[in-house]
Each structure stands twice: as C-alpha cells, then as structure tokens.
Design a protein around this ligand. Structure first.
Ligand code: SAM
Length: 266
C-alpha cells in the first residue's frame, strides 16, 4: 500500500498562485485574495474532518448515499479502469467503486491531509484499501501524466476550488481518449417555491445542525454560501465544454439541489 505522506506546502500550487496575488475570488459570500482561498477552505475541512460523515447523514437525511450510488451507476465503470477520485474526503465514492469493481485501480486524493487521512483510515477499517492509493494533491494541479485515467470523479469538491477552470482543464489533460469525468455537486433548484424552502433550510437549520452536532456553525454557514456562489447546471456545463470536453450532459436530483455532470474527453 502507498504510504500517506504529509505535505506541509503544496509548493507548485503556491508558486502558481503567487502570480495571481492581487486577484480576488469568493470564499462563501466573502471576497478574498485568490492566494488565501485554499487556506480558508483548508481550515473548514480540517475543522469538520472528524464529524464529516455524521454531519453528511444529518444534513441530507442520508440522501447523499443515494446520490453517490447514482454517480457510480452513471459512470459506466470498466472492470479494470484506472480511476482518480478528486476531493475524495472520507472516501464514500471510492468505497462504492472499490466494493463493486475490486479490479479497478483507484487513486483517492484530497488537498486536505485530515480529510484524506480519515478516508485512508476508513479504507483500512472497512477493507476497501486493497485497490486504493492515497495522494494529497490539489485538483487544480494534478501530478499525473497526460491520459492516465479512464474515469475521474469529483464529489462535492469542485465548489471549493480556487480556480475551477484550471481544475477542469487538468482533469481533461489527465483523462484518456473517451475517458469520463463525473462531477457531483450542489446546484440550483428548478422550482422557485422549493428554492425558497431550501434557502430557509440552508441558512437557518444547517448552521444550527453544525453547531449542535459538530460544535461548528461557521463551517456550515460557509457550506450554504459556497453552494449559492457555485455555477448553476447550465453554467457549469458551459465551463466544462470550454475546458475541452467534447460532450457534457447533466442530471438533476431532488429538483436540482444536486446535479451530476458527465463529460467525455475527445
Ligand atoms: N468527495 C467526498 C464526499 O462526497 O463525501 C468529500 C467531499 S467534501 C464536501 C469536499 C472535499 O474537497 C474536502 O475533503 C476538501 O478538502 C476537498 N478539496 C477542497 N478543495 C480541493 C482542491 N483544490 N483539490 C482537491 N480537494 C479539494
């Protein structure tokens, strides 16, 4: 098994961000310097890592498990595919793939050491580590050769990237010919009435749940805000195509609270 090494700095990423030093981006609703965003996102996930799974179940009433199963079904996985799970966190998606397709080769990867370490411990405890490797990396700077993977998955991760376009073009570069990218992410509800209810839940209930279950309301406030700042279904589709994928379609789930985008490399 590949040893998990703690990286103190993601050097190449830092160097690249230095050139963007005066550029701004969003961290939730706050405008921040681009160079600082990954630090703030890192603080959120370091803070939630231990309670991440229990909070996911509580916030989504367990539905995230079904959404991830749908992603794996849609991914049309081949028996011996080489797969990169970006922003793998505690490893839900990798676990589903590993259990159903034990001959695949899966790279679980996350920018955050604490989240990746939770995922690695879980892979060992729940016996899905035999076909998994663990890499601390940014989805915006992939340390892999061109055309390495048959499939790349990103579950609830893209929203947190500093530069989503850079991430998408890196994913395209690392996918083989006809390789697939599957992005599972919060999106925009289609029905305006449902959207109002969802806003009320997100800004009133979510931070309270975070406070009660994880003693951390701020991280869950960030979650609600970051969802609102993320591109809607059509905008994300356009962004994916703009970054070189030949085809992209999406499926709305729960009225568009969540969407799965599937894109194909040429
Ligand atoms: N995929 C898992 C799931 O669906 O349960 C975890 C999702 S969690 C909401 C988001 C993850 O994205 C965190 O573990 C975080 O560290 C990771 N992340 C944020 N920015 C990232 C980046 N630029 N590259 C790779 N991972 C990133």
């Amino acid at each position: 098994m590949v040893k998990l090494v703690k990286a103190d700095t993601i050097t190449s990423l830092n160097l690249e961000i230095m050139s963007d030093i005066n550029k701004k981006t969003h961290f939730g609703y706050q405008e921040v310097n681009k160079i600082d965003k990954s630090k703030y996102v890192g603080e959120v996930f370091t803070s939630v890592a231990k309670n991440y799974d229990i909070m996911n179940d509580a916030m989504s009433f367990g539905m995230h498990r079904l959404w991830k199963k749908i992603l794996v079904e849609l991914a049309a996985i081949g028996e011996k595919d080489t797969i990169l799970d970006i922003a793998s966190g505690t490893g839900d998606i990798s676990k589903l793939i590993s259990k159903e397709y034990p001959k695949t080769k899966i790279f679980m990867s996350d920018i955050n050491y604490e989240m990746l370490n939770e995922g690695r411990n879980r892979a060992i405890d729940e016996s899905f580590d035999s076909n998994c490797s663990f890499c601390q990396l940014s989805g915006e700077n992939l340390p892999f050769k061109d055309s390495t993977f048959d499939l790349i998955t990103v579950g609830f991760g893209l929203r947190n990237f500093t530069d989503k376009e850079k991430g998408l073009s890196e994913m395209k570069r690392c996918l083989s010919k006809n390789g697939r990218l599957l992005v599972l992410e919060f999106s925009k509800p289609v029905n305006p009435l449902f959207s109002k209810l969802y806003d009320w839940y997100s800004f009133n209930i979510l931070p309270k749940l975070g406070s009660i279950l994880a003693n951390d309301s701020e991280s869950y406030k960030y979650l609600a805000e970051s969802i609102r700042m993320h591109p809607d279904q059509e905008s994300l589709k356009k962004m994916i195509i703009k970054n070189g994928f030949k085809e992209c379609k999406f499926f709305n789930i729960l009225n568009g609270v969540v969407a799965i985008h599937i894109a194909y490399n040429d």
